[in-house]
Design a protein around this ligand. Structure first.
Ligand SMILES: Nc1nc2c(ncn2[C@@H]2O[C@H](COP(=O)(O)OP(=O)(O)OP(=O)(O)O)[C@@H](O)[C@H]2O)c(=O)[nH]1
Ligand SMILES: [Mg+2]
Length: 362
């Protein structure tokens, strides 16, 4: 040590500080390089807010298993109980009525179902009664669901506008949809029209980067219609298959914000008269029947082509879809039962109803 000290003389401290500084620079360089693999400029909070790891794109369990798990609460607390409550000498009609109201079924429909059970369910076994419930719901939803057109096949750029109240799950749904469409081999572009909040755009950008799809973003506070216009223009000129338009959440009662949505929709038609070919309302199942008023107002302003029913997991109100579809006469296109990419799936009426009621599916 003494020899080294002699060799380096008075400069020892300078050399040591030099090594420390160099080490710091190298650590910083490697750390920032690792972060850049995810994103260059998105705050880490925004990345953390998107809870879906990219590896979840590969399904670990089947969709019907996911749906069964997701609808567990609705099935165990509501729809799976009716057979047992009705079967036997003295059907507990009051209890059935109460259970159906907690599931947020419209009053008229509750009464209709009860009188159907009284007419056709007397003396039947619980599982036969479950089948009656299933048939009743199917009768209500099927005519509307039949009007539903598939998102594909596509001839030109398919523009899909996503709307809804605050926090319904719009951005997450767009992230999931973009991931799925891209994985199917489509060229996808996303427009970040929620220009009110930078965090909203960052949240969408995390999804888009993970999905490997392009996103159009503007300066904070820019006109959302302008962003929509720019995205559709780029989508059409670049021969993209899908153009997904995210919008800011808004209350259906706020006329100014509803007018802004109508303007955004009209502006896109200037590029392609058929755009948007889909206007999808994201409805949070937890909202139950209150969602009907929301849905009616959005429908009036934008002529919805479909519903995306999210957050069916963890709520006993997943069955409220029956009333909403019947009253609004707009089909459900997608259903969400969780936060991961695989928790969003095309809506299959038969599978949904059978899972809800607890009837074996093939
Ligand atoms: N459990 C569950 N959570 C969901 C589902 N879909 C979305 N979420 C969560 O709901 C929260 C709100 O989702 P966002 O996608 O930000 O909702 P948004 O409609 O874009 O919200 P705003 O832009 O603020 O109006 C997030 O924490 C999502 O992870 C679902 O199907 N199930
Ligand atoms: Mg959003």
């Amino acid at each position: 040590m003494n020899e080294i000290q002699q060799l380096l003389g008075d400069n020892l401290e300078v050399y040591i500080s030099g090594f420390v500084v160099l080490g710091g620079i190298l650590t910083y360089f490697f750390k920032s390089k690792k972060q850049k693999q995810i994103s260059t400029d998105i705050p880490t909070e925004a990345q953390a807010a998107v809870k879906v790891p990219a590896e979840l794109v590969v399904p670990k369990i089947s969709w019907s298993q996911r749906l069964t798990l997701g609808l567990d609460k609705s099935r165990s607390e509501v729809w799976g109980k009716i057979g047992n409550l009705f079967a036997g000498e003295k059907p507990s009609l009051d209890e059935i009525e109460e259970v159906l109201y907690t599931a947020d079924l419209p009053t008229g429909m509750v009464q209709e179902l009860i009188s159907r059970l009284e007419k056709e369910g007397k003396g039947k076994k619980p599982e036969e009664i479950q089948s009656l419930v299933y048939l009743f719901m199917k009768e209500k939803m099927e005519p509307v669901q039949k009007t539903e057109k598939d998102l594909s096949p596509i001839k030109s750029t398919k523009v899909i506008m996503i709307v809804g109240v605050n926090g319904a799950g719009k951005t997450t749904t767009i992230g999931k949809l973009a991931t799925k469409l891209k994985a199917e081999g489509n060229k996808v572009i996303v427009g970040a029209c929620d220009t009110f909040r930078a965090a909203a755009v960052d949240q969408l950008q995390v999804w888009c980067e993970r999905a490997g799809v392009e996103m159009v973003r503007a300066k904070d506070g820019a006109d959302p219609s302008g962003v929509a216009y720019g995205t559709v223009a780029k989508g059409v000129s670049g021969n993209y298959d899908y153009c997904l338009i995210d919008t800011a959440g808004r209350l259906h009662t706020n006329q100014n914000l509803m007018d802004e949505l109508t303007k955004t929709k009209k502006v896109m038609a200037k590029i392609d008269a058929t755009a948007p070919s889909e206007v999808l309302l994201v409805l949070d199942a937890i909202t139950g029947q209150n969602a009907l008023k929301q849905a009616q107002e959005f429908h009036k302003a934008l002529q919805l082509t479909g519903i995306i029913f999210t957050k069916c997991d963890g709520s006993a109100k997943a069955g409220s879809a029956v009333g909403i579809v019947d009253q609004l006469q707009v089909p459900i296109k997608y259903i969400g039962v969780g936060e991961s990419v695989d928790d969003l799936h095309k809506f299959d009426l038969d599978l949904y109803l059978k899972t809800l009621v607890g009837i074996e599916t093939a």
